[in-house]
Design a protein around this ligand. Sequence first.
Ligand SMILES: Nc1ncnc2c1ncn2[C@@H]1O[C@H](COP(=O)(O)OP(=O)(O)OP(=O)(O)O)[C@@H](O)[C@H]1O
Ligand SMILES: [Mg+2]
Length: 263
Amino acid sequence: MIVVERLTVVFNPGTPDERAAIDGLSINVPRGQWISVIGSNGAGKTTLLNAIAGSVPTAAGRIVLDGVDRSGDPEYRRARIVGRVRQDPSAGTAPDMTVIDNMALASRKGPRRLLPAKPASLKRRLVERLAELGMGLENRTEENVSRLSGGQRQALALLMAAMTEPSVLLLDEHTAALDPRNADIVMALTRRFIRDYRLTALMVTHDMRRALADGDRLIMMHEGGIVADIAGEDKASATVEGLVRLFRDVRGEEYAEDRDLLS
Ligand SMILES: Nc1ncnc2c1ncn2[C@@H]1O[C@H](COP(=O)(O)OP(=O)(O)OP(=O)(O)O)[C@@H](O)[C@H]1O
Ligand SMILES: [Mg+2]
């Protein structure tokens, strides 16, 4: 469960470059809900995720995760309960460590830590998890992660972020750097992990079809705030064209011909 209350994040405070990237934003995400987050470049999507993860300072507001006010907690402390996958496949794993050592590191964090009595049984369980990815990584456990493809790395990063059942899973355009086939594979894994582990998840995407097809709820951000919030039947009946119209309305007429929103 995530509760964000009147959150404000200001970059370069007190300088001519001062900018409120998040401006009094509030949202309540019940446990197990999956939200797609859309919005144009600079809308504040990544900053919102950073604020939840504790990697940017907040100027005002509260962030409550699973009933505990985490607003004052540094990032490393929140990392135990916040799983993250970013756009860059090299960001979520340690490239110079082996696949199995990356998994072992990830297994130690999170609310559901995997702590079997014997190291050998931990390894067996981790290899089982790797096999579930369906990418053959269970046969490459002693290879450095730097030798994996982008799609394999991103699948591994997702597994590492999700397997200890974090309170919150934050996905920031996590399939954007992948080719369509790998993006589909990683999305299928995303669906499986979120459902199997009943994770509370925020998924930023520029792909409106994906934002509509996946998740229980969709929010659109603009200038540091939420300008649309749809769920249930409204989401089920929403269309890409409708979202584009909404984008145009909130961004004003000068963007009326901006077709790259459909990408
Ligand atoms: N470290 C920073 N220092 C100064 N300004 C920043 C910083 N990070 C983000 N910003 C500014 O905050 C605003 C929101 O940025 P953010 O990265 O959250 O947007 P976004 O919605 O994720 O965009 P994109 O779709 O391009 O990823 C932008 O105006 C951006 O320039
Ligand atoms: Mg971003």
